[in-house]
Design a protein around this ligand. Sequence first.
Ligand code: HEC
Ligand code: HEC
Length: 186
Amino acid sequence: MFRDRIFGAAVIAILAAVTPARAQDDIAAKAQACAACHGQNGVPIDPKTIPIIWGQQASYLYKQLHDFHSGDRPSPVMAPLVKEISLPQLRELANYFAAKTWPVATPPAPPPSAPEGIAMCKACHQQNFEGGQPAPRLAGLSSEYLAAAMRAFADDQRTNNGDMPKFMKALSESQRDAIARYLSAL
Ligand code: HEC
Ligand code: HEC
Protein backbone atom coordinates (compact mmCIF):
# COMPACT_ATOMS: atom_id res chain seq x y z
CA MET A 1 0.00 0.00 0.00
CA PHE A 2 2.62 2.45 1.21
CA ARG A 3 4.93 1.57 -1.66
CA ASP A 4 2.09 2.01 -4.14
CA ARG A 5 1.39 5.46 -2.78
CA ILE A 6 5.06 6.45 -2.98
CA PHE A 7 5.19 5.07 -6.50
CA GLY A 8 2.01 6.94 -7.45
CA ALA A 9 3.39 10.19 -6.05
CA ALA A 10 6.65 9.67 -7.92
CA VAL A 11 4.81 9.09 -11.19
CA ILE A 12 2.81 12.26 -10.69
CA ALA A 13 5.98 14.21 -9.91
CA ILE A 14 7.70 12.85 -13.01
CA LEU A 15 4.72 13.61 -15.21
CA ALA A 16 4.57 17.15 -13.85
CA ALA A 17 8.24 17.61 -14.63
CA VAL A 18 8.15 16.01 -18.06
CA THR A 19 4.91 17.38 -19.53
CA PRO A 20 5.90 21.04 -19.81
CA ALA A 21 9.29 20.03 -21.19
CA ARG A 22 7.60 17.95 -23.87
CA ALA A 23 5.29 20.86 -24.73
CA GLN A 24 8.34 23.12 -25.04
CA ASP A 25 10.10 20.58 -27.27
CA ASP A 26 7.00 20.37 -29.39
CA ILE A 27 6.91 24.16 -29.90
CA ALA A 28 10.64 24.26 -30.64
CA ALA A 29 10.16 21.49 -33.23
CA LYS A 30 7.27 23.37 -34.85
CA ALA A 31 9.33 26.56 -34.83
CA GLN A 32 12.02 24.77 -36.85
CA ALA A 33 9.54 24.46 -39.70
CA CYS A 34 8.94 28.22 -39.57
CA ALA A 35 12.68 28.89 -39.76
CA ALA A 36 12.73 27.43 -43.28
CA CYS A 37 11.25 30.73 -44.48
CA HIS A 38 11.42 33.18 -41.56
CA GLY A 39 15.12 32.35 -41.08
CA GLN A 40 17.34 30.44 -38.66
CA ASN A 41 18.62 33.70 -37.14
CA GLY A 42 15.52 35.84 -37.59
CA VAL A 43 16.37 37.15 -41.06
CA PRO A 44 13.79 35.79 -43.55
CA ILE A 45 15.13 33.93 -46.60
CA ASP A 46 13.38 36.52 -48.80
CA PRO A 47 12.69 39.66 -46.72
CA LYS A 48 10.90 41.30 -49.66
CA THR A 49 7.99 38.88 -49.33
CA ILE A 50 8.47 37.27 -45.90
CA PRO A 51 8.21 39.45 -42.78
CA ILE A 52 10.54 39.36 -39.77
CA ILE A 53 8.77 37.64 -36.85
CA TRP A 54 11.64 37.50 -34.32
CA GLY A 55 10.97 40.13 -31.65
CA GLN A 56 7.65 41.21 -33.19
CA GLN A 57 4.83 42.07 -30.72
CA ALA A 58 3.42 38.85 -29.20
CA SER A 59 -0.21 39.94 -29.37
CA TYR A 60 0.20 40.92 -33.01
CA LEU A 61 1.90 37.62 -33.93
CA TYR A 62 -0.85 35.63 -32.25
CA LYS A 63 -3.60 37.63 -33.95
CA GLN A 64 -2.03 37.04 -37.38
CA LEU A 65 -1.62 33.30 -36.74
CA HIS A 66 -5.21 33.19 -35.53
CA ASP A 67 -6.37 35.08 -38.63
CA PHE A 68 -4.40 32.84 -41.03
CA HIS A 69 -5.95 29.85 -39.23
CA SER A 70 -9.51 31.22 -39.48
CA GLY A 71 -9.08 32.68 -42.97
CA ASP A 72 -9.64 36.28 -41.82
CA ARG A 73 -6.19 37.10 -43.27
CA PRO A 74 -5.98 35.14 -46.51
CA SER A 75 -2.53 33.82 -47.38
CA PRO A 76 -1.92 30.93 -49.75
CA VAL A 77 1.41 30.29 -47.98
CA MET A 78 0.60 30.72 -44.28
CA ALA A 79 -2.98 29.41 -44.15
CA PRO A 80 -2.22 25.75 -44.99
CA LEU A 81 0.81 25.82 -42.66
CA VAL A 82 -1.16 26.77 -39.56
CA LYS A 83 -4.46 25.04 -40.31
CA GLU A 84 -3.59 21.90 -38.34
CA ILE A 85 -2.00 23.76 -35.41
CA SER A 86 -4.31 24.40 -32.43
CA LEU A 87 -4.93 27.95 -31.20
CA PRO A 88 -3.16 27.35 -27.84
CA GLN A 89 -0.11 26.09 -29.75
CA LEU A 90 -0.27 29.09 -32.08
CA ARG A 91 -0.22 31.31 -28.99
CA GLU A 92 2.87 29.48 -27.75
CA LEU A 93 4.52 29.93 -31.14
CA ALA A 94 3.70 33.64 -31.03
CA ASN A 95 5.26 33.94 -27.57
CA TYR A 96 8.27 31.89 -28.70
CA PHE A 97 9.07 34.21 -31.60
CA ALA A 98 8.18 37.41 -29.71
CA ALA A 99 10.76 36.49 -27.05
CA LYS A 100 13.55 36.40 -29.65
CA THR A 101 15.58 39.50 -30.54
CA TRP A 102 14.69 41.51 -33.64
CA PRO A 103 17.55 40.91 -36.08
CA VAL A 104 19.75 43.95 -36.49
CA ALA A 105 20.34 44.75 -40.14
CA THR A 106 22.83 47.19 -41.52
CA PRO A 107 20.32 49.85 -42.42
CA PRO A 108 20.59 51.90 -45.57
CA ALA A 109 21.17 55.63 -45.01
CA PRO A 110 18.02 57.05 -43.42
CA PRO A 111 16.13 59.56 -45.52
CA PRO A 112 16.57 63.18 -44.39
CA SER A 113 13.06 63.89 -43.21
CA ALA A 114 9.94 61.99 -42.27
CA PRO A 115 7.53 61.61 -45.22
CA GLU A 116 4.10 63.18 -45.34
CA GLY A 117 1.32 61.39 -43.48
CA ILE A 118 3.54 59.41 -41.13
CA ALA A 119 2.96 61.38 -37.91
CA MET A 120 -0.48 59.85 -37.28
CA CYS A 121 0.93 56.31 -37.44
CA LYS A 122 2.82 56.89 -34.19
CA ALA A 123 -0.42 56.91 -32.18
CA CYS A 124 -0.51 53.13 -32.52
CA HIS A 125 2.84 51.99 -33.93
CA GLN A 126 4.69 54.07 -31.27
CA GLN A 127 7.30 56.84 -31.49
CA ASN A 128 10.08 54.70 -32.94
CA PHE A 129 7.71 52.43 -34.87
CA GLU A 130 8.73 49.54 -32.66
CA GLY A 131 5.10 48.65 -32.07
CA GLY A 132 3.03 48.14 -28.94
CA GLN A 133 -0.14 46.35 -28.14
CA PRO A 134 -1.91 45.75 -30.51
CA ALA A 135 0.02 47.44 -33.32
CA PRO A 136 3.01 45.67 -34.87
CA ARG A 137 6.59 46.85 -35.18
CA LEU A 138 7.17 48.42 -38.60
CA ALA A 139 10.76 49.68 -38.20
CA GLY A 140 13.20 47.50 -40.10
CA LEU A 141 10.75 45.46 -42.19
CA SER A 142 11.66 45.59 -45.89
CA SER A 143 10.19 48.44 -47.93
CA GLU A 144 8.76 45.84 -50.36
CA TYR A 145 6.92 43.92 -47.62
CA LEU A 146 5.65 47.15 -45.99
CA ALA A 147 4.44 48.59 -49.30
CA ALA A 148 2.68 45.32 -50.17
CA ALA A 149 1.02 45.14 -46.73
CA MET A 150 -0.19 48.74 -47.02
CA ARG A 151 -1.49 48.12 -50.54
CA ALA A 152 -3.30 44.98 -49.37
CA PHE A 153 -5.15 47.06 -46.74
CA ALA A 154 -5.92 49.84 -49.25
CA ASP A 155 -7.23 47.38 -51.87
CA ASP A 156 -9.40 45.45 -49.37
CA GLN A 157 -7.32 42.30 -49.79
CA ARG A 158 -6.38 42.39 -46.12
CA THR A 159 -9.50 43.14 -44.10
CA ASN A 160 -8.63 41.69 -40.69
CA ASN A 161 -8.48 45.15 -39.08
CA GLY A 162 -11.07 47.93 -38.99
CA ASP A 163 -8.75 50.95 -38.96
CA MET A 164 -5.85 50.17 -41.27
CA PRO A 165 -7.84 50.02 -44.56
CA LYS A 166 -9.27 53.50 -43.92
CA PHE A 167 -5.82 54.95 -43.16
CA MET A 168 -4.24 53.33 -46.20
CA LYS A 169 -7.01 54.43 -48.57
CA ALA A 170 -6.42 58.02 -47.42
CA LEU A 171 -2.84 57.88 -48.77
CA SER A 172 -1.75 57.77 -52.40
CA GLU A 173 0.39 54.91 -53.66
CA SER A 174 3.45 57.17 -53.85
CA GLN A 175 2.87 58.42 -50.28
CA ARG A 176 2.67 54.82 -49.09
CA ASP A 177 5.86 53.91 -50.94
CA ALA A 178 7.70 56.87 -49.40
CA ILE A 179 6.51 55.79 -45.93
CA ALA A 180 7.59 52.19 -46.63
CA ARG A 181 11.08 53.30 -47.66
CA TYR A 182 11.41 55.49 -44.58
CA LEU A 183 10.24 52.77 -42.15
CA SER A 184 12.53 50.14 -43.66
CA ALA A 185 15.52 52.39 -43.03
CA LEU A 186 14.76 52.82 -39.30
C1 HEC B 1 6.99 28.57 -46.98
C2 HEC B 1 7.45 29.75 -46.29
C3 HEC B 1 6.89 30.03 -44.89
C4 HEC B 1 6.89 29.17 -43.80
C5 HEC B 1 7.40 27.75 -43.71
C6 HEC B 1 6.29 29.93 -42.70
N1 HEC B 1 5.96 31.20 -43.12
FE1 HEC B 1 5.08 32.66 -41.99
N2 HEC B 1 4.97 33.87 -43.62
C7 HEC B 1 5.39 33.54 -44.89
C8 HEC B 1 4.98 34.58 -45.83
C9 HEC B 1 5.25 34.62 -47.32
C10 HEC B 1 4.29 35.55 -45.06
C11 HEC B 1 3.61 36.82 -45.58
C12 HEC B 1 2.16 36.44 -45.86
C13 HEC B 1 1.36 37.52 -46.51
O1 HEC B 1 1.75 38.67 -46.52
O2 HEC B 1 0.29 37.16 -47.02
C14 HEC B 1 4.30 35.08 -43.68
C15 HEC B 1 3.72 35.76 -42.63
C16 HEC B 1 3.76 35.34 -41.31
C17 HEC B 1 3.26 36.10 -40.18
C18 HEC B 1 2.66 37.50 -40.23
C19 HEC B 1 3.71 38.50 -39.79
C20 HEC B 1 3.37 39.94 -40.07
O3 HEC B 1 4.26 40.81 -39.89
O4 HEC B 1 2.24 40.23 -40.47
C21 HEC B 1 3.46 35.33 -39.06
C22 HEC B 1 3.10 35.68 -37.63
C23 HEC B 1 4.08 34.10 -39.49
N3 HEC B 1 4.25 34.13 -40.86
C24 HEC B 1 4.44 33.06 -38.64
C25 HEC B 1 4.90 31.81 -39.07
C26 HEC B 1 5.06 30.67 -38.20
C27 HEC B 1 4.80 30.66 -36.70
C28 HEC B 1 5.48 29.63 -38.99
C29 HEC B 1 5.74 28.19 -38.58
C30 HEC B 1 4.58 27.48 -38.04
C31 HEC B 1 5.62 30.15 -40.35
N4 HEC B 1 5.24 31.47 -40.35
C32 HEC B 1 6.07 29.42 -41.44
C33 HEC B 1 6.12 32.42 -45.26
C34 HEC B 1 6.30 31.29 -44.45
C1 HEC C 1 -5.43 53.26 -34.70
C2 HEC C 1 -4.16 52.60 -34.63
C3 HEC C 1 -3.28 52.57 -35.90
C4 HEC C 1 -2.84 53.64 -36.66
C5 HEC C 1 -3.09 55.12 -36.44
C6 HEC C 1 -2.03 53.06 -37.72
N1 HEC C 1 -1.99 51.69 -37.60
FE1 HEC C 1 -0.99 50.38 -38.83
N2 HEC C 1 -1.75 48.82 -37.77
C7 HEC C 1 -2.52 48.92 -36.63
C8 HEC C 1 -2.90 47.60 -36.18
C9 HEC C 1 -3.74 47.26 -34.96
C10 HEC C 1 -2.33 46.68 -37.11
C11 HEC C 1 -2.46 45.16 -37.11
C12 HEC C 1 -3.69 44.83 -37.95
C13 HEC C 1 -3.92 43.36 -38.05
O1 HEC C 1 -4.48 42.79 -37.13
O2 HEC C 1 -3.54 42.78 -39.07
C14 HEC C 1 -1.60 47.50 -38.08
C15 HEC C 1 -0.87 46.96 -39.15
C16 HEC C 1 -0.07 47.70 -40.00
C17 HEC C 1 0.83 47.13 -41.00
C18 HEC C 1 1.05 45.66 -41.29
C19 HEC C 1 2.37 45.19 -40.69
C20 HEC C 1 2.72 43.77 -41.00
O3 HEC C 1 3.68 43.27 -40.41
O4 HEC C 1 2.07 43.15 -41.86
C21 HEC C 1 1.44 48.20 -41.62
C22 HEC C 1 2.46 48.13 -42.73
C23 HEC C 1 0.94 49.40 -41.00
N3 HEC C 1 0.03 49.07 -40.02
C24 HEC C 1 1.32 50.69 -41.34
C25 HEC C 1 0.75 51.85 -40.81
C26 HEC C 1 1.09 53.19 -41.28
C27 HEC C 1 2.13 53.49 -42.33
C28 HEC C 1 0.30 54.06 -40.55
C29 HEC C 1 0.21 55.56 -40.68
C30 HEC C 1 -0.04 56.08 -42.04
C31 HEC C 1 -0.51 53.27 -39.64
N4 HEC C 1 -0.20 51.93 -39.83
C32 HEC C 1 -1.40 53.79 -38.73
C33 HEC C 1 -2.92 50.09 -36.01
C34 HEC C 1 -2.73 51.36 -36.50
